[in-house]
Design a protein around this ligand. Structure first.
Ligand code: FEO
Ligand code: CA
Ligand code: CA
Ligand code: CA
Length: 585
């Protein structure tokens, strides 16, 4: 693969875009098109989007809100068919729905706007733009009420049983699906992240506190429509969220799975690589200030055969294995760079707890507390953790941590070198011997983000001009191993719309940050998907115009672009989170 895509996406970096601009900005020679928007119908007979009369029934047949993880999985040799898979992390009710909307309908519509979507795409030929198939037979919505199977060592545990599900093996819905990853066997993993916000809880136990469950939770009042969201009455229900889920986009009738073997925390996402010995290794971040980076190693090995029985076997790989957590040691600042060595501290061995005082089920359901007991490194909000298939290194986006160094909090360390870290950094991990199951690794910070004029920034040794970058969140790689980084938070830290950047990781341009696009006002750049051999880049535009209200919308993305179009009569005046493709003209 190295070399195959070189030069397919040549571009001149765009100028940084101020945080008041309500438009997508792409480089000269490129165009952008919307593939699918919040509310677009994806089933036969599904109603067209009508913002004034949105309903739960309509939403359950339409693309969901706030798209985050994205993949575009090409499914035929000609490159004319694909599956779009997207997460729908959360809802912004105050800009989505008219204030007079019935309160119960509003909640049920929000349930249907959460979750994930699978949508078939078509195009004439490789290189042309994709359109979605409104009645594709693989199209699917997964929502806050879709049944999931729980598997792995904690399935059926007392900790997961509720009055409504005495088996502890069947959960309704997935929530706050943030980032994810596509597996070598064609399934999609999705991280359940800030699930605590949907529950009212007593919030008094150490376990509930460690997961942010509190009496002040549930600002959406979901418990008024389903008592399971009242965790005072149903204290185990929140234990059924915070997992990595796996869906099979090729089988719309399959039951999605929650994998307890991969631990429970505020999962940003998970990315799988097949190790040299066939074990599959998943890297995962727990996105909270001072939380940890985790690794899962499968018990069994990947079968590459491509036969039905091989795929059925591969579908079990994330059900059994071992979980460990990362400890980073710095080698001192005298060398002028943040770097050092590290180790994976086991939480389970041969599928069983090795943490004193924790049963195996407790390690998996209360992973944060088990990890606390073995002193991993407190990181600055680890978001995407993703292996680069070209060089075998693993990249960790630490988005920010403005609490570092505050009174009572840990101060700067070599792997997290700035107090009041508002701009974030990116860690590069090198598994010892290139073995992703090895107990140790080397590491360095390839990026310490910010405007280059800001003290303390570092760009992989590159000293020429760079695009300013803040709050790295999602990472991806092109076919030659360049790192692509998208951001969530630049508007508030460096006054610029969130963006997507290309960063070479080898050669003389290592660390040269080049801005490829910017998303509209208040938006977050998610995805991203880089099909450089095909001349295209895809991003999910999440929460455009988030800081507005129904009466005072701040964004009309994507259907109102002030420079070229005017709103049509009856057109929704607010924003619609959307998936966008960027192609060469
Ligand atoms: Fe949903 Fe960690 O971003
Ligand atoms: Ca050093
Ligand atoms: Ca994220
Ligand atoms: Ca984020």
């Amino acid at each position: 693969r190295p070399g195959a895509g070189s030069g397919q996406l040549p571009f001149t970096p765009i100028a940084p875009v101020p945080n008041s601009v309500d438009a997508i900005t792409v480089p000269a020679g490129y165009r952008w098109d919307t593939i699918i928007r919040w509310g677009d119908p994806i089933f036969d007979g599904a109603p067209v989007f009508d913002a004034d009369n949105q309903s739960a029934v309509a939403q359950s047949q339409q693309f969901g809100y706030n798209c985050d993880y994205l993949d575009i999985i090409v499914t035929d040799r000609r490159g004319a068919r694909a599956l779009l898979v997207a997460n729908h992390e959360y809802t912004n009710e105050t800009i989505m729905f008219p204030p007079e909307m019935d309160a119960a309908e509003r909640i049920r519509t929000a349930w249907a706007a959460h979750g994930m979507s699978v949508v078939e795409l078509r195009r004439k030929s490789a290189g042309s733009t994709w359109t979605y198939v409104p009645n594709g037979h693989l199209n699917r919505r997964i929502t806050a009420t879709t049944p999931f199977t729980v598997d792995g060592p904690a399935a059926g545990s007392d900790l997961l049983r509720t009055a409504a599900d005495p088996t502890g093996r069947r959960v309704l819905g997935t929530l706050n699906n943030c980032a994810g990853g596509t597996t070598p066997w064609g399934t999609v993993l999705s991280g359940e992240e800030n699930f605590n916000q949907y529950f009212r809880a007593a919030g008094t136990s150490a376990r509930e506190k460690r997961y942010g469950l509190a009496a002040s939770g549930d600002s959406r009042n979901w418990r008024s429509q389903d008592s399971r969201f009242d965790a005072v009455a149903n204290p185990n229900e929140p234990n059924r969220f915070g997992w990595i889920v796996e869906i099979d986009p090729e089988d719309p009738r399959s039951t999605p799975v929650k994998h307890t073997a991969m631990g429970r925390f505020k999962h940003e996402g998970a990315h799988v690589i097949v190790n040299g010995d066939g074990h599959v290794v998943a890297y995962m971040g727990d996105d909270e200030r001072f939380d940890y980076v985790y690794r899962f190693v499968s018990r069994d090995t990947f079968r590459a055969g491509g036969k039905k029985k091989d795929r059925e076997h591969n579908l079990t790989l994330l059900s059994s294995g071992d979980l460990s957590v990362a400890r980073f040691a710095g080698d001192g600042s005298e060398d002028g760079v943040s770097d050092g060595s590290g180790e994976w501290i086991p939480l389970t061995v041969d599928g069983r707890s090795v943490v004193p005082g924790f049963s195996t089920e407790e390690v998996l359901v209360f992973t944060r507390l088990a990890a606390d007991a073995v002193q991993p490194t407190k990181m600055d909000r680890p978001e995407d953790v993703e292996p680069n298939f070209v060089n075998g290194h693993v990249y960790v986006a630490c988005t920010n941590n403005t609490d570092r160094g505050k009174v009572g909090k840990e101060g700067a360390t070599e792997p997290n070198p700035r107090n009041a870290n508002k701009n974030g950094h990116v860690v590069e991990m090198m598994p010892t011997g290139g073995d992703h199951t090895a107990a140790t690794f080397a590491w360095n910070l390839i990026l310490i983000c910010g405007d280059a004029a800001t003290a303390g920034t570092y760009f992989g040794g590159w000293t020429g001009p760079v695009s300013p970058i803040s709050c790295p969140d999602n990472v991806a790689f092109d076919s030659v191993g360049n790192l692509w980084v998208s951001t969530d938070g630049q508007p508030g830290t460096i006054g610029l719309n969130d963006a997507l950047f290309k960063v070479p990781v080898t050669g003389p341009e290592r660390g040269r940050v080049q801005q490829f696009l910017a998303v509209p006002i208040d938006g977050e750049t998610c995805g991203p998907v880089i099909h450089d051999r095909d001349g295209s880049v895809f991003v999910a535009v999440q929460h455009p115009g988030e800081d507005g209200s129904w009466e005072a919308q701040r964004s009309r993305f994507p259907d109102f672009v002030p420079s070229t179009r005017t709103a049509r009569p009856g057109e929704f005046a607010g924003p619609r989170p959307s998936v966008v493709q960027v192609t060469r003209r």
